[in-house]
Design a protein around this ligand. Structure first.
Ligand code: HEM
Length: 114
């Protein structure tokens, strides 16, 4: 079995400018569904690459946009969210965030009909 260290590739400063910074604009020039070669492979690649990639790329954006558009989010006491990474086979946050949310006033009508 071959395990590729994607974390190392995706955090390599020789490949990415300031790899640990949140810079979504670095992907702006990529068209819909286009890849960044072998520099970014969240869905694997080749024959065993993820067949759900196109669906996932649409659903993740749609779900995130819906959550932002429909609800107002805040942390308790307005503390900053700790984005420290927990290193393991999968990358997750080291500390869970506690947030509270309420329906956005302009969305109340639509949400109450779901
Ligand atoms: C953000 C969402 C997703 C991520 C990050 C993701 C990531 C991956 C990765 C890394 C692999 C292994 C690829 C490899 O071995 O090279 C994989 C395989 C697979 N994924 Fe996804 N996936 C996602 C969503 C989905 C969805 C929505 C579906 C189906 C509707 C799906 C179905 C599959 C299947 C069936 C495989 C196994 C393919 C094979 O072994 O031939 N995935 N996925």
């Amino acid at each position: 079995m071959l395990l590729v260290n994607l974390w190392a590739i995706q955090n390599d400063p020789k490949i990415w400018d300031e790899p640990s910074k949140f810079k979504p604009e670095r992907f702006e020039e990529l068209g819909d569904g286009m890849r960044e070669g072998f520099k970014l492979m969240p869905f694997g690649t080749g024959r065993r690459g993820c067949p759900g990639e196109n669906l996932a790329m649409r659903m993740v954006g749609l779900t995130l946009a819906s959550l932002i558009q429909c609800f107002e989010w805040e942390t308790f006491l307005n503390e900053k969210i700790d984005m420290t990474e927990h290193l393991g086979l999968n990358l997750s946050k080291a500390f869970a965030s506690q947030v509270q949310y309420r329906s956005h006033p302009t969305m109340l009508n639509s949400l109450s009909q779901i």
